[in-house]
Write a protein that binds this ligand. Sequence first.
Ligand code: NAI
Ligand code: MG
Length: 493
Amino acid sequence: MSDRQFLNYIDGAWVPGSGSDPIADLNPADLRKVIGYCTDSTAADVDAAVDAAQRAFPAWRATPAPVRGRICRDAARLFEQRAEEIGRVLTMEEGKILAEAQGEVMKGATLVEWFSGESRRLNGETVPSEMPNTFAYTKREPLGVVGLITPWNFPMAIPAWKIAPALVAGNTVVLKGAEQTPWVTELVVRAFLDAGVPPGVLNLVQGRGATAGARLVDHPHVEAISFTGSTEIGHMIYARGASLGKRVQCELGGKNPIIVLDDGDIAMAVAATAKGGFGSTGQRCTATSRAIVQRGALDAFLAGITEAAHAVVPGDGLDPRSTMGPSVDEDQFGKVQEYLQIGKDEGADVLVGGARATAGDLGHGLFTQPTVWVADRSMRVAREEIFGPVLSVVAVDSFEEAIAVANDVEYGLTSSVYTRDVNRVFQYVDQIETGMLHVNSPTIGGEAQLPFGGMKKTGIGPREMGTQAIDFFCEWKTVYIDYSGGLREGNLY
Ligand code: NAI
Ligand code: MG
């Protein structure tokens, strides 16, 4: 038991929120273990954080970009040094197994490192003018105070990959972390502070979305919102932000398919599906939640994936024998159990799992058996995001049908195909409606230097990661300098 409280960081000081209803931070592997409490923040706390960020903005924007970048480089080093410690906290709060948690921290470190280098490439362009004796160019400038709202499923990497480009571009930040993972969020902020981010430049408000998060979106001095989370809240934030004239970027849900064609390497496809379907307990926006399998490959695929699911060992992520952790909290766990019922009611044919896992001590935690079922493409479980270790296999007759099924959902984050046919590979690349796609590799993952994000209901606004991420956090200025010494003639508009 711990009554440790995770606080806000505003204007260079750790302070409690002014709300009176702190949120219990429980270990989802064993709900008897209370890690601490996430402070409860109100609109007044958000206002104080935004005020601090506004006051800090002039000096931060005047700090040369490479100096801002060097601070991020040092933060990346600290994340590497602290990967073990942060990883352990991440496993306790979020549930993913230690190897995944530490892997996430190293991934976050790589992203921050890459953005630090971009600080030396905040280039504009010089462009030839239609007019003589005119120097035309573009330059980038920061937006001002930006708001970041992040989820619990990658509580280290997502805040890190939003904070770094925001700071490198010269903005000051108010971060609203996920209420399920306040300790990890605090450790992310501490690394940036220890690397030298000045007071007021990076502020943290912990607490609930409906109060603290909503105020951040509404605040008149927050110029932009970068959000990752549910489709429902993202679309709401986008509409609200647009009505207030703000720039909004949302990364939302997914229903990512892996397509397995008759000529594909079935063993590889099975391994990729198990990794993408059950890795991180399916709580990834890039998780594999559908396998669309051509009939010639179906029997071998089902045999392989059944065996792979049976081999998964649910358990406390701190125990090295565990290969899959729990759902993050009661809400998320309840959602998964509800979908297990929906699938059975719809007539999905359960091959493995289909229920919560209760063996030994597992009943004290939020564990679900890895589940594989054969579903029809029209079933809700084959179309809606579940965010748990549940894989729907859909059988198809042809490549064309596979693409049609893959595209027949409202999401479009990521996908994969297993085939050795080069023509099919390029047809898939052209026809699939996902923002990221993989050939002969799992649906998961993303590299810092490449844009990350989705099509359709999955993504709103410019992509994260890559140079696109910097663009979101910058304003462009277009500059015309007339050195002719006379008044312009001609077509001026
Ligand atoms: P959520 O969208 O409610 O929460 C994400 C963040 O938004 C949290 O920081 C939360 O406090 C904040 N938030 C919530 N309501 C808000 C509001 N009205 N205004 C401003 N901020 C608000 O997601 P939740 O409830 O944690 O998960 C629900 C589902 O969303 C999951 O089951 C999963 O399907 C999906 N999800 C997708 C993620 C992704 O990586 N794309 C990440 C997390 C959840
Ligand atoms: Mg929610």
